[in-house]
Design a protein around this ligand. Structure first.
Ligand code: ADP
Length: 538
């Protein structure tokens, strides 16, 4: 009778089994009772002998203490996996490192002793899985998360992390903490926020839309948005864009839900301002076209009349009315001129092209001269105009042409909104470092609700309330801009039905050097008055 085969021989001879072992993705090492390795499959060879060293050196792996603990600590020879198996111990997925000449690998080692029919240890099987790559991968992910966490915390946008599926707060960044503190004054620490539901923290803010979006983000596993959500926080309207971002696990399940809040209040408010501005510009265009057309129509009609006189040879006969009509053409040309000047100047100021030509002038005499030059006009309207001052003389730096327009504009308005027998008082008052020029009338006055808007571009108080109210609504806006270019300011005091007082405050300063060029400019005060008062001529 032939000797029964021992286990080692059986395995050696079983080619099929050997082929399977050879191709298993884990490293399989089998050794006999003397500790002599008899099988090292391909994966094991790749781990221990990537350079295809010959199997004769296999036992080196056993002889050399190449196994270490997970932190690289030495393992007692007696606790070497081979020794443990030879002692009959069985173990599963022990984490270790193996230090080889070329690198250090992370491995999970499982060991099984195999006994013969007499219960005597005959073979040891070591199964080794190289986990280096997955460990490196995990570390990379961890590092990425750490960076992400740091970024999130220093992020300038509020960010809230919610657990799934119970939607409780896991964490929030500093910015979100400040935002929640604003909404809910009872919150005093981040810990108080954690593990809470959003609706517990958002106080009076409605969270229905948030929860709707969260549900959709979880169901569809897609980013969801709430745009320009209007919130009233401590009496202030704030607009948020809220982004709901599901964070998916490797298996595709939603792990967390991130809520990112972007404060879009400035954008939304500027859009509203812009819309308002465009609306006002639209209204202005309609208004200005009407205002430009009126004098043009008059001029056009007069021209037609003149041509009729010519064709009917009645020029001489109509001389008196022709002279009247020529005045009418002039008057309407002045009105056109004033409107065009105002529009051009306002555009120049807005574009930053409007430059002052400052010269030192006696403001008292300057304003008094303007008042004197309009007396003929106010007399003809049955109005009384008075100049008043507490100063003899005061030299300050002004752009004479521009300040003349400011004063004439205020006087023109005073004339527009007064009635026969009313009084206009123009004063120059010394106010230490400033000079006040006031134009006061006892005309129709302005309702309180309009006081804030009359200096805005294109704003006019309802025309039905104001008499003789020709104009485009840019006069006071231009006056304000010119005064501000002088580093001054303008304000109005008015009582509806009693009259108005416009006060221009100019700094009492001089320019170091008068530019003779500016002073030598030829300007005709009469011409300016005709232009500036053109819309109140009758
Ligand atoms: P406009 O060129 O149409 O006169 P302004 O900017 O000069 O425009 O004035 C804006 C509005 O302010 C006027 O339409 C008028 O309603 C009001 N206003 C200005 N000055 C006076 C005043 N002295 N008395 C009453 N209302 C005034």
């Amino acid at each position: 009778m032939s000797n029964p085969l021992n286990n080692a021989e059986i395995i050696k001879n079983q080619n099929e089994l050997a082929a399977i072992i050879e191709n298993v993705s884990d490293g399989i090492c089998i050794f006999d009772k003397s500790g002599q390795y008899i099988i090292f499959n391909k994966s094991a060879r790749n781990i221990f002998f990537p350079n295809n060293q010959s199997l004769s050196k296999l036992t080196d792996a056993y002889k050399q203490p190449c196994f270490y603990g997970i932190y690289g600590e030495n393992i007692e020879p007696a606790n070497n996996p081979t020794q443990m198996i030879m002692r009959g111990e069985q173990f599963k997925e022990r984490k270790m490192t193996v230090r080889l000449s070329h690198e250090i690998l992370d491995i999970n080692v499982s060991g099984t002793p195999i006994y013969d029919e007499n219960g005597i240890f005959s073979l040891g099987v070591l199964s080794i899985r190289d986990t280096t790559d997955s460990r490196r991968h995990e570390e990379a992910i961890k590092r990425r998360f750490e960076i992400l966490n740091r970024v999130v915390d220093t992020f300038d946008l509020p960010l809230i992390r919610l657990s799934c599926p119970n939607l409780k707060i896991i964490d929030i960044n500093k910015k979100a903490y400040s935002a929640i503190k604003l909404i809910n004054s009872n919150i005093t620490s981040i810990d108080q926020i954690k593990d809470n539901k959003l609706y517990n923290l958002f106080g009076k803010l409605k969270t229905i839309e948030y929860y709707q979006c969260m549900r959709e983000a979880l169901e569809e596993k897609k980013t969801k948005y709430l745009y320009a959500l209007k919130n009233l926080i401590n009496g202030i309207v704030i607009y948020w864009n809220v982004i709901f971002e599901p964070v998916l696990e490797v298996n595709g399940e939603v792990q967390e839900l991130l809520i990112l809040i972007v404060d879009v209040t400035p954008e939304i408010k500027s859009v509203k301002v812009m819309e308002n501005e465009l609306k006002m510009q639209g209204e202005f265009l309609v208004n200005i076209s009407h205002e430009l057309k009126t004098p043009l129509n008059v001029i056009f009609a007069t021209a037609q009349l003149f041509s009729m006189y010519c064709t009917t040879d009645t020029l001489d006969k109509n001389k008196a009315s022709i002279i009247k009509y020529i005045d009418c053409i002039k008057q309407n040309s002045y009105r056109l001129s004033k409107m065009i000047n105002n529009i051009v100047d306002l555009s120049k100021i807005e574009a930053g092209f409007f430059k002052l030509k400052l010269t030192n002038n006696d403001i008292v005499k300057f304003v008094e001269d303007i008042v004197m030059s309009v007396t003929n006009f106010t007399d003809s309207k049955g109005l009384n105009i008075v100049f008043d001052t507490n100063l003899e003389e005061k030299i300050i730096a002004i752009d004479t042409e521009k300040i003349e327009r400011v004063v004439l504009n205020l006087i023109s308005n005073a004339i527009k909104f007064t009635d026969k027998g009313d009084e206009i008082v123009v004063s120059v008052i010394d106010n230490d470092k400033f000079i006040d020029i006031s134009v006061r009338d006892n005309g129709i006055g302005i309702e309180d609700k309009y006081l804030d808007i009359i200096f805005d571009r294109f704003k006019q108080v309802d025309k039905s309330l104001s008499r003789n109210a020709e104009g485009t609504g840019i006069g006071l806006s231009l006056v304000k801009s010119i005064v501000e270019l002088h580093d001054g300011n303008i304000h109005v005091k008015s009582k509806f039905g009693k009259g108005s007082n416009f006060i221009v405050t100019l700094p009492s300063v001089n320019v170091l050097k008068d530019d003779p060029l500016y002073n030598s400019e030829v300007r005709s005060m009469d011409q300016n008055i005709l232009v500036e008062l053109s819309d109140v001529y009758s």
